[in-house]
Design a protein around this ligand. Structure first.
Ligand code: G6P
Length: 626
């Protein structure tokens, strides 16, 4: 959702901002805009469309102005930009950011939600201010301007801090001021802001993907911090009850992503690229984390010693969407390998139901982006109640990672497509490591530990073998893409796989897909089986093969087409209309492999239907608002 970019330096700010906005498009948005300071005045361009529309508008404006003056105008070297996902007010050009005060002195871009916006807007209107938009953000621009009216000698940072003291809610924001045209003031409270340090130039963004093209040296702001950024220097301060305190010297972090990680290369879209990156992503997750000698895992980031690990009596995974299904896979792994009760719950449910927080439970907050608001709020609720929580996040410096303090980095590399693939796989792989670690401080024998270590090592090559079947799965998906509805059926180890498979199909192809536990079919959904309702049945190589085969028979007997995805090589091809085969793995790890053909199935079905695969309708990559 919403994205922020900012630039101050020596280059033409416009292309830097546009490029940054383009890189943030994957997050999901409905309108975009930017503001630069040109010859002492704000120049604002907005659109209710895509970043490309903004680019076209700017090109048209530039063409018109050079035709008029006949001269080339000095390029602006400072500016801010935004992609907006509408919360307050509909997604039109007026509500798009940046927002300004009445005199067009101040421009603001903002992520997050100001909770007392209505009150602030009423106050402004009562004092005679005309509000042009329906947004919470516009109030900030007027309030900052009012601070200057009250105290002419205030710095921009002072005016921003004084304003933020009156504001309740979450924000990541950037402000420019025509009277201070050499600086950007940024602030963070609940919504990520990262500074990019260049050579006599500085960048700001809500997400490093907008910066990596220009610099790898970044500083993540903490909640409650503000920063003033000039081309050649910057300072950060923490807002306290009484004033501000310098946050001291910050050591920049080197981003470990390359600009190339965000390029499509030979692929037509990011989802396919990310599906094919999975063998490497798994290798990265395993690097340095397998401890051969003791047949266990090494997860330094969780910061728990053997005694503390032993004291954990229960493990609970919290996440949303695919992260929740990955949590289900994790819970199964923990129960199987460590024999500790474990389960998963959608973070959105957890945060609202006043959960009983057990001090001996290890809670794991699962999130690719590390920004999902429901998961973040779940973590805060847990911390408030004294719960023990670690993060399992993919984005370094993200809100959930910071809030948890300790955790497991997923090491999937940047994931751009809205539909999660390699991040989900790496979640499951990392949970296998966690389960192995928890198991080995308990009763999991070293022989069994070794079996899992070897099983994990084999995964990248096994995933590559499945990906080599891409074309065959594409043919199958093309055959079924016209279905209006599909069932995804799984039992025990196959159940989270079925849920994730159904989710993937519906989110990118818009084909209605429902997941059912195999045993539940006869308690209702069997009534829906017909030649028009294909079922995809997951059959791992475990003691439940026979039961799963009888599920297939039940569906076939009612005329339902069946696709089987299995690792059980002995299963005859005649069992179903189509059989998709994956290599056999250690049984506990098989869900990781069985999920891969389902990603390809969803991908090819969506491609056949001509969907916008990387940006499915109504969805965002990271859901940072309610
Ligand atoms: C959104 C995305 C899903 C994702 C979920 C959780 O709904 O569309 O693909 O699984 O958020 O995201 P997270 O970043 O917390 O893993």
């Amino acid at each position: 959702m919403c994205g922020i970019v900012g630039y101050v330096g020596k280059r033409d700010a416009m292309p830097v901002l546009i490029e940054g906005l383009h890189r943030l498009e994957y997050r999901g948005y409905d309108s975009a805009g930017l503001a630069v300071i040109s010859r002492g005045r704000l120049q604002i361009t907005k659109t209710a469309g895509r970043v490309q529309d903004l680019r076209d508008k700017l090109a048209a404006k530039a063409g018109a102005s050079s035709a008029k003056t006949g001269a080339s105008v000095a390029k602006p070297t400072i500016g801010i930009g935004h992609t907006r996902w509408a919360t307050h007010g509909e997604p039109n050009e007026i509500n798009a950011h940046p927002h300004t005060d009445t005199a067009n002195r101040i421009a603001v871009v903002h992520n997050g939600i100001i909770e007392n916006a209505e009150f602030l807007r009423d106050q402004l209107q009562a004092s005679g201010v005309h509000l042009a938009s329906d947004t919470d953000t516009e109030a900030l621009a007027h309030m900052i301007a009012a601070e200057f009216a009250a105290d002419e000698s205030a710095t921009l940072e002072d005016a921003v801090i004084r304003t933020l003291r009156k504001v309740e809610g979450a924000y990541g924001l950037v402000v420019v001021d025509t009277k201070n045209p050499d600086q950007l003031v940024v602030a963070r409270n609940g919504s990520p802001i990262v500074l990019g340090l260049g050579n006599s130039e500085m960048f700001v963004a809500s997400d490093v993907s907008a910066l990596v093209r220009y610099t790898k040296q970044v500083i993540y702001l903490e909640d409650g911090e503000v920063a003033t950024i000039k081309a050649t220097d910057y300072h950060t301060a923490t807002v306290t009850a009484g004033g501000t305190e310098s946050s001291g010297i910050k050591v920049p972090t080197t981003v470990d992503a390359d600009a190339d990680d965000y390029e499509l290369g030979q692929f037509s879209d990011y989802m396919r690229k990310e599906i094919h990156e999975q063998p490497d992503a798994i290798r990265r997750a395993l690097r340095g984390r397998l401890e051969e000698r003791f047949a266990t895992a090494r997860l330094g980031g969780i910061n728990l010693d053997a005694r503390e690990l032993r004291n954990i009596r229960c493990v609970k995974f919290l996440g949303c969407g695919s992260a929740y299904y990955a949590g289900q896979m994790g819970a199964a792994l923990v129960e199987e390998l460590a024999r500790i009760p474990a389960d998963a719950e959608p973070a959105s449910e957890f945060r609202y139901r006043s959960p009983v927080v057990d001090p001996d439970t290890l809670y794991v907050a699962v999130s690719q982006s590390g920004e999902t608001i429901d998961t973040l709020m779940g973590v805060q609720e847990l911390k408030r109640k004294g719960g023990q929580v670690i993060g399992a996040v993919n984005v370094v410096g993200s809100a959930i990672g910071r809030e948890c303090g300790h955790g497991i980095f997923l090491h999937a590399g940047p994931e751009v497509a809205v539909a999660s693939t390699k991040a989900l796989t790496n979640m499951a792989v990392n949970f296998a490591l966690l389960a192995l670690l928890l198991g080995r401080v308990r009763d999991l024998s070293s022989a069994n530990g070794e079996r899992i270590v070897n099983g994990l090592r084999n995964l990248p090559a096994q995933v590559s073998a499945i990906l080599a079947e891409d074309e065959g799965i594409s043919t199958i998906a093309n055959r079924y893409a016209d279905a209006d509805h599909m069932f995804f059926i799984g039992r025990v180890r196959g159940w989270p796989v079925a849920r994730e498979g159904a989710q993937k199909l519906k989110e990118i192809s818009y084909v209605h897909a429902e997941a059912y536990q195999a045993g539940e079919l006869k308690h209702g959904p069997l009534a829906l089986i017909s030649p028009e309702m294909p079922s995809l049945v997951i059959i791992p190589s475990d003691e439940l093969v026979a039961k799963n085969m009888s599920t297939v028979e039940q569906i076939k007997a009612r005329g339902g087409p069946v696709i089987v995805v299995t690792s059980f090589a002995e299963l005859p091809d005649t069992i179903a209309d189509v059989v998709i085969r994956v290599p056999r793995a250690e049984p506990e790890l098989e869900p990781i492999l069985l999920n891969i053909p389902l990603q390809l199935f969803a991908y090819h079905a969506a491609a056949k239907l001509g969907r916008d695969i990387d940006k499915p309708r109504n969805l965002a990559k990271s859901v940072t608002v309610e």
